[in-house]
Write a protein that binds this ligand. Structure first.
Ligand code: F6R
Length: 606
């Protein structure tokens, strides 16, 4: 997750770009850089490390420009050095990028074969070359930009300068956020409202797939199809900018939509995208480890259950997952050869903290998968695994859940490689699968309108059942938890195979039954369970993927088709549909989505 800023200004921009970058430093600080239009050319200034280093470069070699772009980097492709620092240039094009271009290796090979020479290891530089190549065919800047965007797979927010077009900054977003700021005879582009906050409080949140051409007085916005569109201008109170909901009604909705970028940032911290190898930080001897004990509460516990499926299956490493409030008060049989892993968004949950301390007192090595890296848990453990998804404000956890699962997925692959249960080629394949997850999550979020329609029906129900097998049985728990905590509808999540041992008695024609079944090794069994409930009048909401839909039994009341994915990441991809379903049910019911009754974000009492 990097930070970007662009200004088409009347007054000098170098200092203002730096001011914005300081506000964006929370997104990364491996290197920083700015570029500006100087006469007929574009000049760059770049530095390794924090913004302060860039300020020193600018003091020694000022950049005198009124139109420019800037970037603060959180390295994904390539070491954090000056050569890999943004902005990147090729021919007439200079640009900054936040995100990961998944097909950069193919594009780079194609461009290199056409004689183009690269100066960095980044995925970003290919975008500059692609735009430059399109310009060379005679296309206008906006058309060359669009032609390039159509060739990119992956996530991006971009700000682009073009030599010879000195009153122009181009921008685009897919999977990474980007806002336009409207000034007086000046226009701005930034990763968030905070970035443009010093210059304007009039902000336009671009939609997924939008691209934009800024000049002094206007922002021409186009959607992914190339059609000109208008997006609402919002006046953002300066004090609220940090906690801004953007175009969303609730933080929960925003945080659901934040997930592609959140997970991308998480994954980038646990794998090396250049070599397609895992890069899990911390000193853990996976090959010798005897057992993992996960302790957690609520949604964090459910993320742990998903982790158990993945780690045991891939790495043949035993994993116990236990609800911390139970664990701390029984006498669990623990051995020093095990690693205790606390899972906690806040890092402060009292029960989880107590369970963690109990294990430490027994001589176990300890780790925490955590969002708040300054929290008590983070300070007390041997190994901190941050989830990097940014602050989660909505009380119901969404983006922290998928970020936690992302970390455990990378750990599963790393442990499997270290224990010899997969070889180097399989590790590379799985890392590539993981790197594709943010794009698939974004596609799954695209199902929102369909889920909104389904929510209208579910909102009338008294009880809702969620069923799944394998990791989807954990997601069934999460679907039920999300629904009950924000809509106050009674919901149960079950492993679908348990259905006939009790819960099938709940099935009638008024109870919606959500079946989570991507096309994996459990699919046939889940399809049989679907037939069993339909035979008893059950109203099935079948959430599957593009493969599963071809093989599903007839008769579901409604079928939701998520993008197909490798089983390694199917929990990540299927999370958004259940979150969005719960969210829209709660909105229809008029519930207080972000602050449901009786709950708190950080549960520091037992
Ligand atoms: C549910 C939810 C809670 C938390 C639980 C643990 O949406 O948010 O169930 O997951 O209170 O909190 P942390 O992860 O902060 O330990």
């Amino acid at each position: 997750m990097c930070g970007i800023i662009g200004i088409v200004g009347k007054a000098p921009v170098a200092e203002r770009l730096v001011e914005s970058l300081k506000r964006l430093e929370y997104r990364g600080y491996d290197s920083a850089g700015v570029a500006g239009v100087v006469g007929n050319s574009v000049e760059r200034r770049r530095a390794k490390g924090k913004i302060k280093a860039l300020e020193e470069v600018l003091a020694a070699d000022p950049l005198v420009a009124t139109t420019g772009i800037g970037h603060t980097r959180w390295a994904t492709h390539g070491a954090p050095n000056v050569q890999n620092a943004h902005p990147h240039s090729a021919g007439r094009v200079t640009l900054v990028h936040n995100g990961i271009i998944e097909n950069f290796a193919e594009l780079k090979a194609e461009l290199a074969a056409a004689g183009r020479v690269f100066e960095s290891d980044t995925d970003t530089e290919v975008i500059a070359h692609l735009i430059d190549a399109e310009l060379a065919t005679g296309l206008a800047p906006i058309d060359a930009f669009k032609a390039t965007l159509d060739r990119l797979t992956g996530a991006y927010a971009l700000a682009v300068l073009i030599e010879g077009a000195d009153n122009l900054v181009l921008g685009a977003r897919r999977g990474s956020p980007l806002v336009v700021g409207e000034g007086q005879g000046e226009m701005f582009l930034g990763s968030d409202a905070l970035a443009v906050g010093p210059f304007t409080n009039r902000v336009i949140y671009l939609d997924e797939g939008d691209y934009v051409a800024l000049d002094h007085d206007s922002a021409r916005i186009f959607d992914a199809s190339g059609a000109a569109v208008t997006r609402p201008v919002r006046v953002v109170p300066t004090s609220a900018v940090m906690m801004e909901k953007g175009n969303y009604r609730h933080f929960m909705e925003k945080e659901i939509h934040d997930q592609p970028e959140g997970c991308q940032r998480t994954i980038a911290a646990y794998v090396d995208a250049l070599t397609s190898k895992t890069a899990v930080p911390g000193d853990v001897d996976w090959a010798r480890l005897e057992r993992i004990q996960i302790v957690a509460c609520g949604t964090s516990y459910i993320a742990g259950v998903v982790g158990k499926y993945l780690i045991e299956q891939l790495a043949d490493l035993p994993v116990d997952v236990e609800i911390a409030s139970e664990f701390r008060y029984r006498q669990p049989a623990l051995r020093p050869g095990a690693l205790v892993v606390a899972m906690s968004q806040s890092g402060e949950t009292a029960d989880t903290l107590a369970a963690l301390r109990y294990c430490k007192a027994k001589g176990m090595k300890s780790a925490v998968v955590v969002n708040a890296t300054e929290s008590t848990m983070a300070r007390e453990v041997d190994v901190v695994w941050p989830i990097h998804c940014g602050p989660e404000i909505g009380v119901a956890s969404t983006k922290a859940f998928t970020a936690q699962v992302s970390v455990l997925t990378a750990i599963a692959v790393a442990a499997a490689k270290a224990r010899g249960t997969i070889d180097a080629a399989e590790e590379q394949r799985l890392v590539k699968v993981l790197l594709e997850a943010p794009r698939l999550i974004a596609e799954a979020i695209g199902l929102e309108d369909a889920l909104k329609d389904i929510a209208a029906d579910v909102a009338k129900a008294r009880d809702v059942l969620y069923l799944g097998r394998g990791p989807m049985s954990a997601l069934a728990l999460e679907g039920a938890l999300k629904l009950k905590e924000i809509s106050y509808i009674h919901a149960e999540g079950y492993a679908a195979g348990e259905l006939k041992h009790g819960p099938i008695a709940l099935v009638d024609d008024k109870t919606p039954i959500v079946i989570l079944a991507p096309y994996d090794s459990w699919f046939e069994k889940s399809a049989s369970n679907m037939s069993e409930v339909m035979a008893r009048g059950g109203q099935v909401i079948f959430i599957t993927d593009t493969e599963g839909v071809k093989h599903a039994p007839e008769g579901a009341k409604v079928v939701v088709t998520a993008p197909a994915s490798d089983p390694l990441v199917s929990t990540l991809v299927m999370s958004a549909p259940i979150q969005l379903l719960a969210y829209h049910v709660a909105v229809i019911k008029g519930a207080d989505v972000d602050q449901p009754r009786n709950l708190a974000k950080s549960v520091t009492v037992e």
